[in-house]
Design a protein around this ligand. Structure first.
Ligand code: SF4
Length: 247
């Protein structure tokens, strides 16, 4: 079992292991004042990941007491619109149901980031109305090369299933791709967009070569904006609302 999948932690009364907490952000959910909660552990090992310690659930991560987080959220629910649940991979831990029920009891909206590798759990969370917005990574073409972009075994059929679950559910959503030059070319954008036909939004994120899980990516130059613009044009053949972020 990879270290990032061991979610045991020392707080006896906590349901999940919170690896990080941002009290207020305007950046993680468009148009919303949100808190962001990072859950420890991920089943993937994306070379471009900027949250490597959280994804790996490193020993040096000190869990934030969930009760302190929930108390803060409760006290400030007059100006917080919602909670962004990120990671790591939030859908990896079955305890996520109970945790989200606690957040929903505070009458807050929830946005969840996911890599889409746990479609059944995602389906249940959406069906149970525990999430209001889903932001799912589609890292490159959905074929046998996905394993190199994800850094670990990733069942592309499960990822495709998650895509259809999200689109067909009608839940607010976006799909997104980080344009890592060695992993994402024009033909990959076309493959991704063929798979997300019918999606509400698609975002192409500029690649940042700092603090990546695979440090060898630090020598990789990001694409120029003109290349991202070209990719966005391809994406618009399939999805109406396409934007570039971080360029
Ligand atoms: S970028 Fe990859 S490794 Fe990092 S948290 Fe997301 S899915 Fe996991």
């Amino acid at each position: 079992m990879p270290s990032g999948t061991d979610l045991s932690h020392s707080c006896d009364t906590c349901i999940v292991k919170i690896a990080g907490f941002i009290k207020t952000t305007l950046l993680d959910w468009d148009g919303m004042v949100a808190c962001t909660i990072y859950l420890a552990g991920c089943n993937l090992r994306c070379p471009c990941c900027h949250n490597a310690a959280i994804a790996l659930n490193s020993d040096d991560i000190v869990a934030v007491d969930e009760n302190i987080v929930l108390d803060y959220v409760k006290e400030h629910s007059d100006f917080i619109d919602g909670i962004v649940l990120s990671g790591g991979e939030p859908t990896m831990d079955p305890s996520i149901y109970e945790f989200l029920k606690k957040i929903k009891a505070l009458k807050l909206k929830v946005k969840m980031d996911t890599n889409g590798t746990f479609p059944e759990r995602l389906d249940d969370l959406i069906g149970s109305k525990l999430v209001d917005m889903v932001a799912m990574d589609v890292k490159s073409s959905l074929n046998e090369r996905y394993v190199s972009v994800a850094g670990a075994e990733a069942d592309v059929e499960k990822i495709k299933k998650s895509i259809r679950i999200i689109i067909d559910s009608g839940v607010d959503h976006e799909f997104r791709t980080t344009a890592v030059p060695i992993f994402v070319k024009n033909e990959d954008i076309r493959n991704i967009c063929e798979n997300i036909r019918g999606a509400k939004k698609y975002r192409i994120h500029q690649f940042r070569n700092k603090s990546t899980m695979d440090e060898s990516l630090s020598v990789l130059d990001p694409y120029p904006v003109s290349k991202l613009t070209e990719m966005a044009e391809i994406a618009r053949e399939y999805v109406k609302d396409v934007k570039i972020r971080g360029a």
